[in-house]
Write a new protein. Sequence first.
Length: 251
Amino acid sequence: MKTFLSDDGELAYTEAGPDDGPMVVLLHSGFADHTVWRWQVPELAERFHVVAMDLRGHGRSANASRPFRVADDVAALIRHLDAGPAVVVGVSMGSGIAVETALEHPDTVRALVISGGGVMPLPPGHDPNEPPPMPTFPPDWPLSSMHRHDPEAVELLRKALAGTMAKHTPDEPNLLVMVPDVPARLGELAKVPVLALDGEHDSPGFLAATAAVTGAVERGESVRVPEAMHLPNLENPRAYNQALLTFLASL
């Protein structure tokens, strides 16, 4: 892995593919790390300059010591590599961060690919400008369909989650700062091509989150990945990769 010095510690990332290829930045799901892109990086790297981050507080990247926005970290990495604008690809939490990056740093984003997110679904009555509450994960979510298909993917995700959780303590402050008014600002993305690449069995709330983004842009596409739920890049990587590469080729 490589690192770069942000304004609050070192952030880690992997890099593959030709330096002069079109840039694709991969943003993982919450509590995971860059390893969830194991089945995407080699195939993408045949044509693209692929970067997979460990987002702040995840994997090998530094924890925050002061308030921060993840979108600022993503944009800082793209500018550090001097290879943008990038196609930013996210799953779950990474999808919301991808959208926030495009809103706050439009010069760094060429197109978006989102799965299971985009506009953060919040509990009723929650202040949309405050960090969402810490989620709870039943034992079979979001892994249930992977249990039926690929035990190796299950173990990969469990290891990533355990590594990130070990970096934190229950009493530490939540220093994440939300980008304000994202749902109301989606029209600012009108010219950004967006692909919603959702698992066909994902929950209605998450499917609505991606649909809100594709419905706000001039070129919004939607593809459902069969035999997948919330993490289609892990659950059905062959179908996910095919749809992703088709979209990238069309840009």
